[in-house]
Design a protein around this ligand. Structure first.
Ligand code: GLC
Ligand code: CA
Length: 568
């Protein structure tokens, strides 16, 4: 008897693993037909640097599992984990040698499952990072491919003859320095790599590549992954005629001529792959986030697909380039993105970009500025993707000596290009040595600011950046106007204060952000928008005011946030 019931349990459990689970997440979550990911707050986690459970100095999946309660407390709904698949780690995991396993330094498939379960129990979904453009040169497909010109995998990568002795097929450059073509003496041909030579580009014109890659996404969906962040999608295709890219004046950090990536970027075929990946995602109600480096809003719009059959969440990475912190700069960009009709996806920073805290710091109001940034991008219409540590005001810790650099591009481009180590340092959990990240030697040094900017200390301080984020995310999750409301820019001529309404039916939230170092005085007349009491009920604010706020003659100290509910 007992045996029978346990085998029944095993059968049921394995069915759960194998069947595409149609979860409640597929159903709209509100009257607007929004999906779960439109109301979710995402956070990117760089697994090497989040939490080290076995004290080898490198973060791991068990470490992430230990922090699920924290993420829930903060108000995060889904985490995008940068690649943790088997990898030689030349590009710290973005050189994948097996798409369907976990690198031993991060754990095992069982550890993944335990982490996924712990996440689910805390309401946190796992988004994995899918490196679609290239594999590692140690992936079995590439090892086959390079072995001979007639190997069945030859055509899985992009092999071409040189133009002549010691002459690559054309002038295409790697974004990580030097020619994008690597010579292979064994077969006397070159292979194409847009990133490091250890990251050969896959040949997406080969249908076998496409179907193998789509299958790998299913492998993870079946194991509970709720979506993917798709790496480097702009560069999936190259011109089959190998037309030279136009040369621009000047040199880049690697000493190469600047070129326009005309024949290697955003070829129309990219959209076919997005559709293919989306089809697989749809079977599992999964979400696709794109690393989409677009030049304008129209290109960004293209990534959603003309029939909304591509990416649900192409990241607005133009947002990460906006500067300086100014009402005009942000108002203009947000206005353009918001009016495109799509669901915006705002990002301030990630593992390739200097932390927002550092980018906007003025040395005097750094923590206040961090709150202004949060008060802005977490109240806009759309989904936000945070970067780990942003919520405690982590700042970049760039290497000061070439010999300390871990990221190969920092070695290659030093000192102009210092690499990306600075934005990838260990999460600061408390004020003990190594910020509580590890008992071992951390793979990157912890910045000294860990003594003041860490989770444990900030949790105790009601005015900390962390508690501001926590309160803001709680508000964002419960306030109907912030969840569903449209975006209406206010006082559009104000060069210092960026303000807008999020309005949903008869309800509205007013967001006022003083983006200047000087105190400002502002007034709002919202009768045109249907709110005529001239008052707001304060929801969250960094100015010292009461529970109600008059909308005329509001005085705002430098770098402040006011969020209030306006009344009819
Ligand atoms: C993406 C990743 C970056 C990586 C590159 C190559 O840009 O975000 O970290 O180096 O792709 O995979
Ligand atoms: Ca570890």
């Amino acid at each position: 008897m007992r045996r029978k019931s346990s085998s029944l349990v095993i059968l049921l459990l394995s069915l759960l693993v194998v069947l595409p689970v149609v979860s409640a997440q597929s159903k709209p979550v509100d009257a607007e037909g929004h999906q779960w990911w439109q109301h979710a707050v995402f956070q990117e986690i760089y697994p090497r640097s989040y939490m080290d459970s076995n004290n080898d100095g490198i973060g791991d999946l068990n470490g992430i599992a230990l922090k699920m309660e924290y993420l829930k407390w903060l108000g995060v709904d889904a985490i995008w984990i940068a690649p943790c698949f088997p990898s030689p780690q030349v590009d710290f995991g973005y050189d994948v040698s097996d798409y369907e396993n976990i690198d031993p330094m991060y754990g095992t498939l069982d550890d993944f499952t335990a982490m996924e379960k712990k996440g689910k129990a805390n309401g946190i979904g796992i988004v994995f990072d899918f490196v679609v453009n290239h594999t590692s040169d140690k992936h079995k497909w590439f090892i086959e491919s390079e072995s001979s010109k007639t190997n069945p995998y030859r055509n899985w990568y992009i092999w071409r003859n040189g133009k002549g002795p010691n002459q690559p097929p054309n002038n295409w450059l790697s974004t990580f320095g030097g020619s994008a073509w690597q010579f292979d003496g064994k077969t006397n041909q070159y292979y194409y790599h847009f990133f490091y030579p250890q990251q050969p580009d896959l040949n997406w014109r080969n249908p076998k590549v496409a179907s193998a890659m789509y299958d790998s996404t299913r492998f993870w969906y079946k194991r509970g992954v709720v979506g993917f962040r798709l790496d480097a999608v702009d560069t999936l295709f190259e011109d089959p005629n190998l037309t030279d890219n136009p040369i621009l004046p000047g040199k880049n950090a690697y000493g190469d001529p600047k070129i326009e990536d005309k024949y290697t970027h955003k070829l129309p075929e990219v959209h076919d792959v997005m559709k293919g990946l989306r089809k697989a995602a749809n079977q599992y109600n999964a979400v696709l986030i794109g690393e989409t480096w677009t030049d304008n809003v129209s290109e960004l719009k293209d990534y959603y697909g003309t029939n909304h059959d591509e990416l649900q969440m192409p990241m607005d990475l133009m947002f990460t380039k906006l500067k300086p912190l100014s009402a005009e700069v942000f108002r203009k960009h947000v206005g353009a993105v918001d009016s495109s009709g799509e669901w915006p996806v705002y990002v301030m920073s990630n593992h390739d970009i200097v932390r927002a805290y550092t980018r906007f710091a003025d040395g005097k109001h750094d923590d206040d500025i961090a709150k202004v940034l949060a008060g802005m991008y977490l109240t806009l219409r759309g989904t936000a993707i945070m970067y780990y540590g942003e919520e405690i005001g982590m700042k970049n810790n760039d290497p000061t000596r070439k010999e300390d650099v871990k990221d190969p591009i920092g070695q290659l481009g030093w000192p102009e290009q210092k690499g990306r180590d600075g934005e990838r340092t260990p999460m600061q959990w408390n004020d003990t040595p190594n910020a509580g990240f590890t008992q071992g030697i951390p793979w990157l040094p912890v910045p000294m600011t860990y003594e003041t900017h860490n989770v444990a200390s900030e949790q105790k301080d009601p005015n900390s950046i962390l508690n501001f984020y926590k309160n803001l995310l709680a508000l964002r999750h419960t306030n109907q106007a912030l969840l569903d409301g449209d975006y209406i820019a206010l006082n559009q001529d104000d060069a210092n204060v960026y303000s807008y309404l999020r309005r949903y039916k008869g309800q509205a939230v007013l967001v006022v952000l003083n983006m200047s170092e000087n105190p400002q005085n502002v007034s709002f007349n919202l009768s045109k928008q249907g709110f005529s009491t001239g008052e707001a009920k304060t929801l969250l604010s960094t100015i010292n005011g009461g529970a109600t706020q008059k909308l005329s003659g509001m005085s705002l100290p430098s770098y402040t946030v006011y969020i209030g509910e306006v009344t009819k």
